[in-house]
Design a protein around this ligand. Sequence first.
Ligand code: 5GP
Length: 346
Amino acid sequence: MRIETGLKLGFKDVMIRPKRSTLSSRAQVALDREFTFLHSKYKWNGVPIMAANMDTVGTFEMAKALGKHKIFTAIHKHYSIEEWKVFMDSIDESISEYIAVSTGTSETDAKKISIIFEQNPQLKFICIDVANGYSEHFVKFVKKTRQKYPNKVIMAGNVVTGEMVEELILAGADIVKVGIGPGSVCTTRVKTGVGYPQLSAIIECADAAHGLGGQIVSDGGCKVPGDIAKAFGGGADFVMLGGMLAGHEESGGKTIEINGEKFKQFYGMSSETAMNKHVGGVANYRASEGKTVEIPFRGPVENTVQDFLGGLRSTCTYVGASRLKELTKRTTFIRVQEQHNQVFSK
Ligand code: 5GP
């Protein structure tokens, strides 16, 4: 046994210090970024925020709504090949810039995505997602996927430490997904005791990835728009959102009415609800590591998007960053023991 005593921080432990700025309006801030990915060499331009590959968030409807803002959606892996075909046939080709096809690491998953890519060669992004990115099997799968798809952009995770980010990038990932345990419907930390405070994970993993020319996506733990800004400030190239995009018209999941009020169901992909729906129940050797919640219906996602993009532009003006790209360089975090004033909170 060993104890690491260095302090690790989450979003709630810091604020961003304001800095003198020459910007006179939020409208002067550019939130899009351009990346050329390490292995695929693919050049991408867009707003580097992503909807999570959960079936109550990363839906085709969500992709259509977010794509209008050049925001990315990791489409969940439970759509059939036929549903993919119908979606791709019905829309503007430019959507392929802003969606990823998600997969696990089973043979069946691999076969399914190979058919999706055969039918839709214009799709560019693969999201290889497992709860625990530390397994050898996962690294082998990333290597095999890179060999099979030299020109696709591969995003893979989840991990939270620099050495594993390096291993995945060397195995062929362009973007590494970072986050174990911070998610809004995640119970991994409760069930297993494993995790890593998200802001420190971002800072350490971004450093490792950037050293090799790769990128990271911070996945999970953003509760309010300010957390998205903190994630970018800490060095995240992309920020993935689950709970903040759940509960909308475009989010999947059941709509429920309780006492005349509308709610939407939202659940973790390792929750009992998800396992019952997709794999016929929780296998007897494992525990569910996700919650199921009902959240008040929030209407179209457009309003929420305007709200967090506005917040992010405002962060940039507070620190004098005219482009999102400059935010990390202009960020000084201060350690705090308070966040917002909750006197009028319910
Ligand atoms: P949020 O933005 O809601 O805080 O976090 C979203 C992220 O939580 C997802 O992208 C995914 O990485 C993670 N997640 C989703 N479902 C589950 C689950 O059932 N268990 C765990 N441990 N994490 C989950």
